[in-house]
Design a protein around this ligand. Structure first.
Ligand code: PYC
Length: 313
């Protein structure tokens, strides 16, 4: 018999989030980190069915809504993409907030979500405007040199914003929408070299997001190109990437508490970020963006369909 999965599609600054609201796998009652492990080990085909072709694409990020451990929280959520799972996802959390409002499950005001890397706050400020307070973010290394074969030497900062990022400023590339193929190639080769050289996040964690920075053409504080783990670029300014950037700015003394940093994406969408300064050079980042519901549908997984569980490369 065919399986049916109900989803709501949203996009946040152009970056899609497909939210599973019913019909997803049964992941138990553990923490979101424990449920992520169950998802990965026993039900990974659902991840592929929801975000990969023929129903999705490399750029699609998925989110599964789950009963929270703490009944006072709005929901638990696990984010995933074309190649695996994300600790947190900023644009995705903004999309989830708008989807929860669309479902009538939350109203305006402050709510909390449980994620595999900790709780985050979502504040629904209007029908489409959401501010999230992300997990505590921090930089662990500044100006790490990496010599990329066939390209050149780069220096980047390693920072956590809910995922691990390598943030590069002096790259010599043009941050423009008509240069995305080149930006993808450069970022991917930087990522591969980091991995080959054993340059990691804390505890040997893979650095799977690369951010190239440059000046904004539309009056924002800066512009970025963000390459995600599955080689798709983020259409939004990337919530966890902006959090990592805010942590670096604060560590350099270049951002005061409450000062607004406007981060422009490679397609021109903008997030506003601020920080609360914490002990040990860490920050609590707050990211504001807008998301829209753009679809409501039922995915059908027909066992007779040879690509029922998605095209997995
Ligand atoms: O907004 O944090 C984010 C994100 C991560 C990957 C894609 N978007």
């Amino acid at each position: 018999m065919a399986e049916r999965i109900t989803v709501i599609d949203t996009h946040t600054g152009g970056e899609p989030t497909r939210v599973i609201v019913a019909g997803g796998p049964e992941l138990g009652s553990g923490t979101m980190a424990q449920r992520l492990a169950v998802f990965h080990e026993r039900f990974d085909r659902y991840r592929s069915a929801v975000v990969n072709e023929p129903r999705g694409s490399d750029v699609m990020v998925g989110a599964i809504l789950l009963p929270p451990q703490n009944a006072e929280r709005a929901a638990g959520v696990i984010f995933f993409n074309n190649v695996g799972y994300l600790g947190m996802c900023g644009h995705g959390a903004i999309g989830v907030a708008v989807a929860l409002d669309h479902l009538g499950k939350i109203g305006s005001g402050v709510h909390r979500l449980e994620t595999p890397v900790g709780e985050v706050t979502i504040e629904l400020e209007g029908k489409n405007t959401v501010a999230i307070e992300n997990v505590v973010s921090y930089r662990i290394a500044k100006d790490v040199a990496v010599d990329v074969p066939g390209l050149r030497a780069y220096k980047g900062d390693i920072a956590w914003g809910g995922n691990w990022f390598f943030l590069v400023h002096d790259h010599g590339e043009t941050l423009a929408a008509d240069n995305i193929e080149r930006l993808t190639d450069v970022s991917w080769r930087i990522r591969q070299t980091l991995e080959a050289r054993g340059i990691t996040g804390e505890g040997g964690a893979l650095i799977d997001h690369i951010e190239l920075f440059g000046p904004s053409g539309q009056g924002a504080s800066g512009k970025s190109f963000v390459l995600c783990p599955g080689r798709a670029y983020d259409r939004s300014p990337c919530g966890t990437g902006t959090s990592a950037k805010l942590a670096c700015l604060a560590a350099d003394g270049a951002l005061r508490e409450g000062e607004i940093w406007r981060q422009e994406s490679i397609i021109g969408s903008v997030f506003e970020g601020t920080v609360r300064l914490l002990n040990g050079g860490r920050v609590a980042p707050r990211i504001r963006g807008t998301a829209y519901v753009c679809g409501e549908s039922t995915l059908i997984i027909d066992p007779a369909d040879p690509f029922a569980w998605g095209i997995r490369s």
